[in-house]
Write a protein that binds this ligand. Structure first.
Ligand SMILES: [Zn+2]
Length: 139
C-alpha cells in the first residue's frame, strides 16, 4: 500500500517549493516508523529521564505521568508528520499554513513537519507568551 502511495507521490512531479516530494515523503515515512516504534516501546527516548527520576526517588505516579506525557508528545508528533505527508501529496508542502509563503529550506531541514514560516511562528509564540503573562491579546 505504501509503495503504491509513494508511486503516486512521485507521479505528482515537482512542487515549486520542494525539490523532491518523493524523497521528503520517504523521510517523513521513516520518521513515522521511528515514532511508531517508540510508541510501541513506550518511549525509549525518555528512558534516561525516567531513570534519573527513579534515582531521585520520584514517586511512581510522577514517573508514570512523565511517561504519559512523553507518549502524548510522540502521538502529537506522529500526527504532525502524517499531516506533512498529506501536504506533500496535496502539493502544499513547504508552504506556510498561515500566510502561504515559502518556508525556508533550512527550517524544513531542521523540522520536516514544520507548519509555519519563521515570521508566523514568531508571532504565534509571541501570542502564547503574552497569554502566559495573562495579558490581553489585541487582534
Ligand atoms: Zn507564514
Amino acid at each position: 500500500m505504501d509503495a503504491m502511495l509513494l508511486e503516486s507521490v512521485e507521479g505528482l512531479g515537482h512542487s515549486p517549493f520542494v525539490e523532491s516530494p518523493g524523497a521528503i515523503w520517504e523521510s517523513l515515512q521513516a520518521e513515522k516508523e521511528r515514532i511508531g516504534r517508540d510508541l510501541l516501546l513506550e518511549g525509549p527516548l525518555c528512558e534516561g529521564e525516567v531513570t534519573s527520576l527513579l534515582e531521585s526517588e520520584a514517586s511512581e505516579e510522577y514517573t508514570r505521568e512523565i511517561r504519559w506525557r512523553h507518549r502524548s508528545q510522540l502521538e502529537e508528533r506522529l500526527r504532525a508528520v502524517t499531516e506533512a505527508q498529506d501536504r506533500v501529496i496535496d502539493g502544499l508542502y513547504g508552504r506556510c499554513m498561515q500566510c502561504g509563503s515559502d518556508i525556508g529550506s533550512k527550517r524544513l531541514l531542521a523540522d520536516p513537519a514544520v507548519l509555519l514560516c519563521i515570521d508566523c511562528q514568531r508571532s504565534v509564540e509571541g501570542l502564547i507568551a503574552l497569554e502566559e503573562l495573562g495579558q490581553e491579546v489585541i487582534h
